[in-house]
Design a protein around this ligand. Sequence first.
Ligand SMILES: [Zn+2]
Length: 464
Amino acid sequence: MTHTPSATLILGARPYGEAPLDVLITDGRIAATGEAARVQAEQLSAEQPEGLSTLAGEGLIMLPGMVDLHTHLREPGREDAETVETGSRAAAKGGFTAVHAMANSSPVADSAGVVEQVHRLGRASGWTEVYPVGAVTVGLAGERLAELGAMAESSAQVRMFSDDGMCVHNPVLMRRALEYVKTVDGFIAQHAQEPMLTEGAQMNEGDVSAILGLPGWPAVAEESIIARDVLLAQHVGSRLHICHVSTAGSVEIIRWAKGRGIDVTAEVTPHHLLLTDELVRGYDPVYKVNPPLRTGADVDALRAGLADGTIDIIGTDHAPHPTQAKECEWSAAAMGMTGLETALPVVIKTMISTGLMDWRRFAEVTSIKPAQIYRHAHQGRPIETGEPANLILIDSESTQVVDPAGHASKGRNSPFRGMELPGSVRATFLHGHPVVLDGELNSPLTRSASGAPAREAAAREAGA
Ligand SMILES: [Zn+2]
């Protein structure tokens, strides 16, 4: 009886914004809810008064911790932009209990060695769960398949493969990759961008690019790859995920594919739900991103697609850059925006405040569905007794003015800086441990080397 359970009783928070429910967390799980939570908490504190902390949750909304399938953590190789540690801190503060680190590091995560390194760094940091994404092709060069099997069988157990940043544009390679991931129960996440149609492209092709005289990035460059790949996924009978959908036409193609029963899922970024190419008129490179900011009509179609389930999830595409890579002339600037610490308020602003979705749907697109796509057993779970306590508490009534200087990410390239946004993360629980309290980083989760594997075959059997 030397083991001291770390227990928290959360009083009066409202799961999914519904009726208040007391929740007791012990040993990383939801031990009890309602009356039973208070009774068990009383017993616990009688036995070990220091073992229990109580958290006033009145007025706060409780949701499953958010899961991001699209995060750039930059390590190894670009630690000046971000590290697994700083990116994990940003994730925790933003309300994410799991992130998936894209493979375009240096070296590229195209081998068991690199994905195991990222996975180890994530476990050591303890602010969020970090799952490395494996590259589809060696060095993201689009020429030959990377060691997908070796990455799947490594200790990182990679199931998601993507050349994100680059498109797998060779259809034969894409077909082989889709065939291969079937054997490891994985999926391909495609960055849909036909390279020949976007050579030298600097912004969305349209009225604004014509006025500014910047080389345009046509919607068809994205849509043609999505159309091809949903047909390839159907032909092969494999799982395809579309990264950062940005055009109205893409939403239409995905809607058509789902209507035909094709196994495709799709994500949209918070920035594509809010910002348009009109912002490029000021030539501020903070608005330079891949895929580019599109038009107001595209924004409307993306919101509608997310609301009706055509688009499955939010993916941040958190892409931190060092200051000098963004504070330069437009044509020389790097593409990308930070997103982990602003995703929640931007999705509230664009989808909840507009009445397009409720908190249940919010939980689906930010947590439940991304966890299901990866087939995580410990993430995106119901707020019920016995479930892993990966949870967040948010204050939906507060507003904040975005100040990147206060972000935990190393990146300062937030396109939302200076904007007043609704909602904030007050607490993040990672396997029952409060990594964020009162809106600030608290302490990381420390785990034994034999800690529970984050992904279990049981989830597959349960169809989770
Ligand atoms: Zn991308």
